[in-house]
Design a protein around this ligand. Sequence first.
Ligand code: PLP
Length: 337
Amino acid sequence: MTSQPQRPAFGTLLASHMAVATYHNEQWSSSELKPVAPLEISPAAHALHYASTCFEGFKAFRHNDGSIHVFRMDRHIERLRQSARQLVLPQPDHLQLADMVRAVIQRCRDAVPEAPGALYLRPLLFGTTPNIGAAATPSTEATLIVLASPVWDYFAGGMKPLRILVDDVNTRSAAQMGMVKTGGNYAAALGPTLAARAKYQVDQVLFCPGGQVQETGAANFLLLRKDELLTRSLDPSFLHGVTRDSLLHIGRDLGYAVTERPFDVKEMLGWARTGEAALSGTAAVLAGVGTLIYNGESFTVGGGQAVGPLTLALRAQLIAVQRGEQPDRHGWLERVV
Ligand SMILES: Cc1ncc(COP(=O)(O)O)c(C=O)c1O
């Protein structure tokens, strides 16, 4: 039996340095690279009371020749700027934030694990105006931080098909906030997810308000069958995953008919009988679903016992591009070191 080295859980280990910039008097300060340490923050800060906070998550990969490449950083920066607009927070400057990310990767280059590990980058933006009466007033001051965290293979213990509760009652977020990567959405999903874990021993909840399939608490949802891929079309109700977008491109490259449109629980359960279902996101890339639980009934996806071959093939293809083992035909990687 091969023993797996003990790795810290995803997100629990921070690299040594962070980049910080602040917004005052309608402009961003220049950014500073400094050792990760506690921040001083007013207890009246806007974010602590009124949740004016958003973040991003993406990865940099070490290739075989030792070089380090960040994956689709531009898309993630634009998504953070969009989140900031929706939360009426000062928008980070795209070029400044990209430089902050590069500076952190360069400073923490020794912390970037070999494949299948990666350096997870976590830009964080929050409102700091000290005013506990600002429930209906935006924060005019803000802090922008870039943290980094070495992460290893999400599925080091082997890839098990996931058990998912299909929830057509709860919503994951306020309707217009789904596409915003803000802490409040995760807080809203936590209660239903913990309740579902306790009651049905599921891994995640698939939110399907009004019977329309949306996404889980932290990943997008895809249906696959031979040469076909179906996922919900973009609308403000869910997060526009960069992994989702990458997989749709790769699917098209591989000759799949890719369809983006709304679909309901009934159609999903029909598809899942013979096809595959999977969750996509930066952390897990593409994770296969083995069981869907709906109205107390269990529905097996495909074979149910193992992650399906289409899911595994798409996942392998995306990982090969990220690791520099397949040509980067869409220009998704930027070499930083
Ligand atoms: C709610 C939610 N949906 C989808 C995703 C997947 O997004 P991405 O592929 O950009 O990581 C995430 C993860 O970031 C998420 O938190």
